[in-house]
Design a protein around this ligand. Structure first.
Ligand SMILES: [Zn+2]
Length: 112
């Protein structure tokens, strides 16, 4: 007898069943996979950064701990805030961030 796989493309939403609707579950998968994968450390460059808590990221290589986004270590909004804190005007920083947008994955939730 041929065995069928227990889960199809539900990913990390297994256990949710048919609840919350397919759009919400798809968005959840996108955010959670980004959250769970190891990220690059801004201090030593190794891909060993994991999320410690909401907005707190820690590198397992050099023990560097830093503040970032809730689901990704770097966000577009965070980059704007950092540049604004350095003395650049918010308008200038926003323009800079828009240019850098191409390479930076940002979740929809954070831009709202
Ligand atoms: Zn590191």
């Amino acid at each position: 007898m041929r065995r069928l796989p227990k889960t199809k493309k539900v990913g990390s939403t297994r256990g949710f069943g048919p609840r919350y609707g397919s759009t919400v579950r798809k968005r959840y998968i996108k955010v959670i996979t980004e959250l769970k994968k190891p990220h690059k450390c801004p201090n030593c460059g190794f891909v060993r950064v994991r999320r410690e808590s909401v907005g707190v990221w820690k590198c397992n290589k050099c023990k560097f701990t830093f503040a970032g986004g809730a689901y990704t270590p770097a966000t577009k909004l965070g980059a704007v805030a950092r540049r604004a804190a350095k003395g650049m005007s918010v308008e200038e920083a926003t323009k800079e961030a828009a240019k850098a947008e191409v390479s930076e994955p940002v979740t929809e939730e954070e831009t709202e």
